[in-house]
Ligand binder design. Structure first.
Ligand SMILES: Nc1ncnc2c1ncn2[C@@H]1O[C@H](COP(=O)(O)OP(=O)(O)O)[C@@H](O)[C@H]1O
Ligand SMILES: Nc1ccn([C@@H]2O[C@H](COP(=O)(O)OP(=O)(O)O)[C@@H](O)[C@H]2O)c(=O)n1
Length: 206
C-alpha cells in the first residue's frame, strides 16, 4: 500500500505524513529531503545550481541515502549526516532551481521507486508522476500567511520574508504541484495537525 500526501510548501506534509505513518505502523518518505540534499551538496561544492550535468556528476561520486524512519527521515552522504543542514534559508532559496532539472527529478524518483511498500510518500508529485497507482492520495493547502506563521516557529526570518519566499517557491514549483485527479484536497488552514491526521486516517481505513 502507498499513501501519497502532496501539497504546497509548509502546508504540513511532513508533520502529517509522520503522524499518519506512525498510526499505521509504516514508514514515511520525504521526497523533498532528497531535493534538499542535492541542493546542499551542490552549494557546498560551489557548483552552479543551474547546471544539471555538474550536479549529477557530483551526486554520482557523492551518493546520498535517505533513511525513511517513521519517527523522522534522515539523510546521509556516506557517513556524514545531512539532515540538520537541509532546512536552512540558503537551501530553501536554491532548491526549486535544482528540482526543476529533469535529470535531478529522475535521480530522486529512482530512489523512491526502489523503496519497499508499504509507506506514506510526501512531496509535490507523489500522487501524480511518481506513484500514480497509489491507493490513497491527499493534497494539502493553506494560505501563504498561515504557512508563513507556522514556519516562522522554525526559521530565524520575519513572517513577511518567509511568506514572500514561500510564494516565490510555490511559483517556481508550479510545474510539479497540482493535485492528482483522484486526490482528496484538504485546506489545513482552519485545522489542527491532529485533525488533519485523523481525517486522513479515517479515509485510509474506510
Ligand atoms: N494543521 C496544522 N496546524 C498547525 N500547525 C501545523 C499544521 N500542520 C503543520 N503545522 C506546523 O507547520 C509547520 C510546517 O509543517 P511541515 O510539516 O514542516 O510542512 P511541509 O512538510 O509541508 O513543509 C510545522 O511547524 C508544523 O508543526
Ligand atoms: N516531490 C517533490 C518534493 C520536493 N520538491 C522540491 O523540493 C523543495 C523542497 O521540498 P520540501 O517538501 O522539503 O519543502 P517544504 O514544503 O517542506 O518547504 C520544493 O520546494 C520543490 O522545489 C519537488 O520538486 N518535488
Amino acid at each position: 500500500m502507498i499513501v501519497t500526501i502532496d501539497g504546497v510548501a509548509a502546508s504540513g506534509k511532513s508533520s502529517v505524513s509522520g503522524g499518519v505513518a506512525r498510526a499505521l505502523g509504516i514508514p514515511y518518505v520525504s521526497s523533498g529531503l532528497l531535493y534538499r540534499a542535492a541542493t546542499l551538496l551542490g552549494l557546498d561544492a560551489g557548483l552552479d545550481l543551474g547546471d544539471p550535468g555538474a550536479l549529477l556528476a557530483h551526486l554520482s561520486t557523492h551518493p546520498v541515502r535517505l533513511e525513511p524512519l517513521a519517527e523522522g527521515n534522515r539523510v546521509w552522504q556516506a557517513d556524514r549526516e545531512l539532515t540538520d543542514d537541509l532546512h536552512s534559508t540558503r537551501v530553501d532559496k536554491g532548491v526549486s532551481v535544482v528540482a526543476a532539472h529533469p535529470q535531478v527529478r529522475a535521480w530522486v524518483d529512482d530512489q523512491l521507486r526502489a523503496l519497499p511498500e508499504p509507506f506514506v510518500a510526501e512531496g509535490r508529485d507523489m500522487g501524480t508522476a511518481v506513484f500514480p497507482h497509489a491507493q490513497h492520495k491527499f493534497y494539502l493547502t493553506a494560505s501563504a500567511r498561515i504557512r508563513a506563521q507556522r514556519r516562522a516557529k522554525e526559521r530565524p526570518d520575519d513572517i513577511p520574508d518567509i511568506e514572500a519566499a514561500l510564494i516565490r517557491r510555490d511559483e517556481l514549483d508550479a510545474n510539479q504541484i497540482a493535485p492528482a485527479a483522484d486526490a482528496q484536497v484538504l485546506d489545513t488552514g482552519p485545522m489542527t495537525l491532529d485533525e488533519v491526521i485523523t481525517t486522513i486516517l479515517r479515509a485510509v481505513r474506510a
